[in-house]
Design a protein around this ligand. Structure first.
Ligand code: DGL
Length: 276
């Protein structure tokens, strides 16, 4: 009987829980890959912090995945890190690093018909203008509408995600009014948490195409791995998952299923991320 060739795992990190929505997409697309997830639950949120702090945290998150799990590629599921630190991370390590900005910008460019593309994200992602730059690199004539939605992350973390709940609907109405007024036909959900609000957002902006950054990063990862000489993603044996966090694991484990779409198969481990 032949032994399965085990490849080194794929790392995924985020400021907290939300990146599990990207893990879910990666599992759907590449079920044979072994995945290692780090969520910086002890220092979340990143989205309201300075660029310097985000870059320092992101470097530690990446170093953890590379030194402890020997990942052969890393997906930065966090929109805030992708927008503020990807250049820094890419320069420091000789490992492929996939952020969410370029894959999502490409998807939005494919989807738009009227060239008006909106981006909703954390305040630091919007302030970085990373999406505007990525979209204008594809086509400088695009109109890009950026809207910071600081209340969306706490709404999702506290389970306020139903399109029949007046609270998330009222918040979404307020944030998305400029998107509607600008006539955008495509909206990038530029933060890990926002796919969970997709039904609320679709209710407020009917007919607008929503771009899920986790799904687009998963496609970018599968394109990257397809260039490898042998493809673990087509293996029939399911890949394994490991989960690490920087705060107490139980809260993460309890909330994880909502993002991942399945119960966590194994215990979550705690790490001292400041040591990396
Ligand atoms: N993960 C962050 C992002 O995608 C949202 C949560 C935070 O602010 O840290 O931007």
């Amino acid at each position: 009987m032949t032994q399965r060739i085990r490849k080194r795992p794929i790392g995924v990190f985020d400021s907290g829980l939300g990146g599990l929505s990207a893990v879910r997409r990666i599992r759907q697309l590449l079920p044979g890959e072994d995945l290692v997830y780090f969520g910086d639950t002890g220092r979340v949120p990143y989205g309201t912090r300075s660029r310097d702090t985000i870059r320092r945290y992101a470097a530690q998150d990446l170093r953890f995945l590379l030194t402890e799990a020997d990942c052969r590629a890393v997906v930065v599921a966090c929109g805030t890190v992708s927008a503020n630190a990807l250049d820094d991370l890419g320069a420091a390590y000789d490992v492929p690093i996939i952020g969410v900005i370029e894959p999502a910008a490409r998807a939005a460019a494919c989807a738009t018909r009227n060239g008006r593309i909106a981006v909703i994200a954390t305040p630091s992602t919007i302030a970085s203008e990373a999406y505007t730059k990525a979209l204008h690199a594809i086509d400088p004539s695009y109109t890009v509408i950026g809207q910071a939605c600081a209340l969306f992350v706490p709404l999702v973390e506290n389970g306020f995600v139903s399109p029949d709940d007046p609270i998330p609907l009222a918040v979404a109405e307020r944030y998305l009014a400029p998107v509607r007024e600008a006539g955008a036909d495509t909206l990038i959900l530029g933060c890990t948490h926002y796919p969970l609000l997709a039904e609320v957002i679709a209710r407020v902006l009917p007919g607008v195409t929503l771009v899920d950054t986790g799904r687009e990063a998963a496609y970018a990862l599968s394109e990257l791995l397809a260039q490898e000489p042998c493809d673990a993603g087509t293996d029939t044996e399911p890949g394994t998952m490991r989960f690490f966090v920087s705060d107490e694991p139980q809260g993460f484990a309890n909330a994880a299923a909502r993002f991942l779409g399945e119960a966590l198969p194994i215990a979550v481990q705690r790490v001292n991320i400041e040591a990396y």
